[in-house]
Design a protein around this ligand. Sequence first.
Ligand code: 3PG
Length: 386
Amino acid sequence: MKFLGLNDFQFKDQRVLLRLDLNAPIKDGKVSNDERLVRSLPTINHILKNEGRLIVISHLGRPKENGEFQPDFSLFPVVKRLEHLLSRPINLITDINNIPSIERGEMIVLENVRFLEGEKSNDPGLSKKLANIADIFVMDAFATSHRAHSSTAGVIEFSEKACAGFLLEEEVSALSKLTLENKDKSLAVLGGAKISTKLNLINSLCDKMDTVILGGGIANTCLLAQGFSVGRSLVEDSMLKEALELSKKSNVIVPRTVVTAKMQEHEGSIKHIDQIEEDESIFDIAPDSFKELQDLFDAASTILWNGPMGLFEESAFAGGTNQVAKMIVSSKGFSVAGGGDTISAASKAGVLNELDYVSTAGGAFLEFIEGRKLPSLEALELKLAK
Ligand code: 3PG
């Protein structure tokens, strides 16, 4: 996958529209995790250092797309955090029709693009309007690249000059190592609550990777499908047929020992999967569930990690996730984590900085790994071809 990049353009004096994914969690009016902001800084700094006139756009959450300002979805907390990270004052502009002039090497941020009518339907009128704001469009919102919206794929199509930012390039290059290269000795560790939302991903990984290890609610459903009694564990009854098919694949591994309890407030006990009582639930895999796989982890060339192995938010049920996290980072293989709760789980397990690559994306990460075409990446590829 090849795109034009930041180094293909001169930014001096140019108006630059930069699409970032600044969709960060907000708590009590403040950004509670600034990872996506921090990871966007290299692109912002490059454009400012090269004397571009920078206009940043992003979405935040899922507001009503009615052209109205909605305070709960304002980028104001994000701008405050960016001001701190960049040590400069930044204007937040609410009216896309009244964008002020910007000095060289200065930046402004436009309010949440999802307030704009036509954003999510990728309205050509809005896409053209966005394209006309600037001389160069830079797409660095990898985490939103799976959305065919006006501020992502649409604007690329109508911009005379468009390229990828550093973060998008970095994400594509790291994730491609998992999907395209090093198929030998590749390992996927997949957890999370629902098999239904990840079935396509799991099936595609079964084809692409040597070994696929399952945990969490996904594994519970597989165990039930295999005929084990799982008591009151979180399962998806509607997915038993698919779960059985999956469990039959020769490269799929499900745990044989788990941590159960009658209620999640209770202490857990380690049990073999044929000893689970009617009134119990599985809340974690047993920490040494996959101990015999240590050699497999050690020898792995690439490891993909998505989703916790259990209810990691409760310390009584974090042991399985923590152990698997340690096995992943102790491997010399190239390890990549991403999607949903994985970053919180990795952070809680204390391994976040030891992983080789941590994706900033959720849904886009899963779709990329699954091998689906992401509209914004396709649009960038087309720009290069033209
Ligand atoms: C994400 O958090 O995964 C991205 O910002 C995309 O958000 P969305 O699912 O609301 O499109």
